[in-house]
Write a protein that binds this ligand. Structure first.
Ligand SMILES: Cc1cc2nc3c(=O)[nH]c(=O)nc-3n(C[C@H](O)[C@H](O)[C@H](O)COP(=O)(O)OP(=O)(O)OC[C@H]3O[C@@H](n4cnc5c(N)ncnc54)[C@H](O)[C@@H]3O)c2cc1C
Length: 381
């Protein structure tokens, strides 16, 4: 049976304390203002959370997938923004670890380790969401630079990030089979500007923005791997990215369940706390069962990933899909347990429900995950 190690449990305790004392109390304000909370970045940086996935020599602990999931889950119980930032950071550190050479890792990881810089992952385009192969952003080598033209959209943290792994077509004729390359776009690159920032339903602390590339210049030293290896690099990180989004969803839902239980013990109707009614008890039991089931699957797959078990993409899709859908179901029930108060912005449940919904889309929708799962099973049989 899977269990966290002593070290992981200690990390979780530290994160929980930070969540209760510093991050949780900011969550509602961040949601209301929709402004990017630099103070949260500072807290996460000072406490080494954003650096956790970095190798030790850059100030991290080389957190594996299991640890990254555990921390993102714990953060999300209190503050979706904090968890979201860690998920993004872990994905991009993985992308640079897999695709980058030593000098690139050194260059970017030093900045992430020492300067609290943050990252964003730029894949989606207006015409290429689920269908990554429809990507139009084009990169053409021109001397010591690649010149990029195109638009990315919905990029979490894109408007505030310093280091942005970005995917573009270097050979459209090859498409997904060797035509996509991975780059690191840096804030301030000539020809790169931030376009529209979306007004989002939830997860409002991390802006989702358009990145506009008009003859943008990326030096050739920022090509990750070789030309054409972009998809391979992205897929190399996919188990981690799906699982951290899943654990993010679980944490949001756990926070909602914790709150609903406390509320049910306090709220009196018909002369009794509503927790005394079987209707409410069954709801709480169902929420907990669903969460435990999704959590068991998710950490099992994270553990498989850390053990280097091959071909687990079908499992990571299952874990991400189940965790994100259960997160939404549990948050909806958590709203219901508060009755009309659950619908009001003075209480945190409606925010959690909106936040949970973002997990349905990040790292691919439920339909796309189901497609992956079916493809995996059909291939196997
Ligand atoms: C909050 C948020 C944050 C995000 N952050 C990032 C980010 O940081 N970086 C990034 O690159 N992207 C990001 N995205 C984009 C996200 O990855 C895409 O939204 C997602 O992959 C779906 O693409 P789409 O929105 O274009 O939907 P579409 O692909 O247009 O899908 C529309 C609908 O059609 C369904 N569908 C599509 N194809 C099929 C099919 N073959 N079979 C059955 N159904 C299908 C989908 O499941 C969906 O229901 C983010 C999105 C959100 C909402």
């Amino acid at each position: 049976m899977f269990e966290f190690t002593e070290e992981q449990r200690m990390i979780r305790e530290t994160v929980r304390k930070l969540g209760v004392e510093k991050l949780g109390p900011r969550a509602s304000e961040v949601d209301k203002s929709g402004e990017f909370p630099w103070d949260i970045v500072k807290i996460l940086g000072e406490n080494g959370i954003l650096q956790l996935p970095l190798p030790e020599k850059y100030g991290g602990i080389g957190a594996d997938t299991t640890t990254s999931c555990m921390v993102s889950e714990e953060l999300a119980r209190f503050c979706t923004t904090s968890s979201n930032l860690l998920c993004i950071q872990a994905s991009n550190i993985k992308v640079i670890s897999l695709g980058g050479n030593e000098s690139q890792r050194d260059r970017f990881f030093q900045r992430l380790g020492k300067e609290n810089q943050i990252t964003a992952f730029a894949l989606t385009e207006p015409g290429a969401g689920s269908d990554v192969g429809a990507m139009k952003t084009r990169a053409v080598r021109c001397g010591d630079f690649y010149i990029l033209n195109g638009t990315k959209c919905f990029i979490s943290g894109g408007a505030v990030a310093d280091i942005l792994p970005l995917f573009a077509m270097t050979d459209p004729a090859k498409g997904l089979k060797g035509g996509v390359s991975a780059f690191v776009l840096e804030k301030g690159a000539p020809g790169f500007k931030i376009g529209k920032t979306e007004e989002k339903m939830g997860s409002r602390g991390v802006p989702a923005s358009e990145l506009v590339l008009e003859d943008a210049q990326i030096p050739i030293e920022n090509l990750l791997g070789k030309e054409g290896e972009g998809l391979k690099i992205a897929l190399g990180a996919i188990n981690l990215t799906r699982l951290t989004v899943g654990s993010h969803g679980l944490g949001i839902a756990q926070g909602a369940l914790d709150y609903a239980i406390e509320y049910a013990k306090q709220r009196v109707q018909f002369g009794k706390p509503i927790a005394a009614f079987q209707g409410i008890q069954f709801k709480i039991a169902d929420m907990a069962m669903q969460l435990e089931a999704a959590r068991s699957l998710l950490y099992r797959v994270a553990f498989m990933s850390d053990q280097g078990v091959p071909d687990i993409e079908g499992f990571s899709s299952m874990a991400k899909c189940l965790a994100s859908e259960i997160s939404v179901n549990v948050c909806l029930d958590a709203v219901k347990i508060l009755g009309g108060y659950g619908y009001m912005k003075d209480y945190p449940q409606e925010r959690r429900m909106r936040d949970a919904m973002s997990c349905l889309f990040m790292e691919g929708t439920g339909e796309i995950q189901r497609q992956n799962i079916a493809r995996f099973l059909l291939k196997k049989s």
